[in-house]
Design a protein around this ligand. Structure first.
Ligand code: IPE
Ligand code: IPE
Ligand code: MG
Length: 248
């Protein structure tokens, strides 16, 4: 079972994180430092996504989740928002067949209703095409917010059992948008900020956190290995004592 809850039982862990979740931040600043438009940073950041998918697959990571566009990113200047939407579309057009050829399953999570109809169709088609791939699951969080996710799950849970007075974690979690994946083992945020910015609020309960000043466009395989090396140093106690871990 992949969806073991870290609060209901102690998950199995290994030296390679099974699930890495990344806030890809710093594209704009990367570009501005080079006197380039922010959009150049987003394009360069896309190359980093490609390289990171490959590096994760090679290292045996089973789930890679990347935050591409938050539910709050609509607050950006309209030109930047429309550039990002266009980039999402062209990326799906160009990359899905390559992902499929490489055994990657693609998932897109977030509120899709705000995307135009054509983009929604493309997402559905990409997910359907790659659904059976086993090598790595790449999840793109787009128009995603952790609070949105919890609220939409809550709504579905209520709809399933409208007369229930109390609910348990087990009633809620199957409705979360990433119910198909284990909770992230390792969280990475590039770009120097140390905040969650409404990413996977529920799922990060016991995730190991790693923050780096490196801007996303500069985050290469060496930087990924540094994050994984840091992860390996951590003692994942899930509420227990160190002594209990040694006894095992
Ligand atoms: C992350 O980089 C990408 C998106 C949010 C789409 P930013 O665009 O936030 O880059 P900075 O933080 O302004 O440098
Ligand atoms: C978080 O980055 C969202 C994504 C990377 C998609 P932001 O750049 O939007 O986060 P804040 O505004 O600095 O918290
Ligand atoms: Mg940012």
């Amino acid at each position: 079972m992949t969806t073991v809850s870290s609060t209901l039982s102690v998950p199995q862990t290994g030296s390679v994180p099974r699930h890495i979740a990344i806030i890809m931040d710093g594209n704009g600043r990367w570009a501005t430092r080079r006197l380039l438009p922010r959009t150049a940073g987003h394009m360069k950041g896309l190359e980093t996504v490609r390289d990171t998918v490959k590096a994760c697959a090679e290292r045996g990571v089973a789930f890679l989740t990347v935050f591409a566009f938050s539910s709050e990113n609509w607050r950006r200047p309209p030109e930047e928002v429309s550039f990002l939407m266009k980039l999402f579309r062209t990326t799906l057009e160009r990359e899905v067949s390559k992902l499929h050829a490489n055994g990657i399953r693609l998932k897109v999570v977030g509120d899709r209703n705000r995307f135009d109809a054509r983009l929604q169709e493309m997402i559905d088609a990409a997910e359907a095409l790659t659904a059976e791939n086993k090598r790595l699951t790449l999840t793109i969080c787009a128009n995603y917010g952790g609070r949105w996710d919890i609220m939409q799950a809550f709504g579905k849970m209520r709809a399933q059992d409208p007369n229930a007075e109390t609910f348990t974690e087990e009633n809620l979690t199957p409705h979360l948008s990433m119910a198909y994946a284990p909770e992230p083992d390792l969280f990475i945020r590039t770009g120097g900020e140390m905040r969650i910015s409404n990413f996977l609020l529920w799922q990060l309960a016991y995730t190991e956190m790693y923050f780096t000043d490196t801007f996303w466009p500069d985050f290469d395989a060496t930087a990924l290995d540094a994050a994984i090396a840091s992860y390996r140093q951590r003692e994942r106690r899930f509420g227990r004592t160190s002594e209990q871990l040694i006894e095992k």
